[in-house]
Ligand binder design. Sequence first.
Ligand code: PMP
Length: 317
Amino acid sequence: MASSKHPSFVWWRGERVAWDDATVHVTDLGWSTVGAVFEGIRGYWDDRSEQLYVFRLDEHLERLVSSCRLVRLPLRYSAAELREATLELIRANDSREDTYIRPMVYLADTSGKRGAQIEQNAEVLINTNTMPSHLQTGMAQRVCVSSWTRISDNVMPPRAKNFSNYRNGQLATMEARLDGYDSAIMLNDRRQVSELPGACLMMVHRGKLITPDPQQSILESITRDALIRLAREELGIEVVERAIDRTELYVADEIFSCGTAAEITPIVDVDHYQVGDGVKGPITTRLEQVFHDVLRGREQRYAHWRTPVHAAVAVGV
Ligand code: PMP
């Protein structure tokens, strides 16, 4: 690390670049980001093995490739090249703490150009920053159902991690915070539960885990997929993917949001309806424990979800 404020390097335009040298001309701002897509990936540090484990790196890069395809951005690196670049960058930055990794593909050389630019040059920036996990810290949220509707498939593609999509969630978050809530649950254009800004939603009712299916204008979340599998395989819980009505939230036993940044965040109040006992529920607690152990490599199964970054430390010498 160059300083506590930022890491030493980014990966940009095909090579490792020193932080201070990674600059663009101010006239490039504007159209460059309206057309950009990105990924948010986490690496989890484990003190015991002195290792940083990147969670589901390949799945994130696959989604980046498919986001590019959806918005017609010509990506000039393969997923394998981006994988290597990402790992090399984390090593160069000597990241030995919980780390967030953001690969971003954006329109290059847009100064003076307007509108839809098919086959425009696209460039890639990968940067990392420290992001401590909040799992098992007791964090919980009180939320409202937003007056803003979640973008729908024929408006802005919810299944792409498209920067422009995020204005929708920002409006919902700003409204929620000004009204005294921590965050918001957004309904889709059919008035069914979709997701939160930047996170998917899961609820527990009568012992079942229920989550909106991929046709509810959700981002197909990699965390959601992992938790569905862990709930079924490790906790033996029935998981149902289906449309959820707003009022089901008000009678749910447990609710939590999930995502790379959100991890598992318990929701203890929706529109001033207390959820369950108003604290993190028992199924959420069990799922959080197994998820934590998988992320930090304390659970040997699911090793295919973890990419160790640093050279293995010799044991017993
Ligand atoms: N929805 C949106 C809009 C998101 O930005 C995210 C975070 N990537 C999620 C859901 C959760 O997805 P994931 O688990 O893949 O991070």
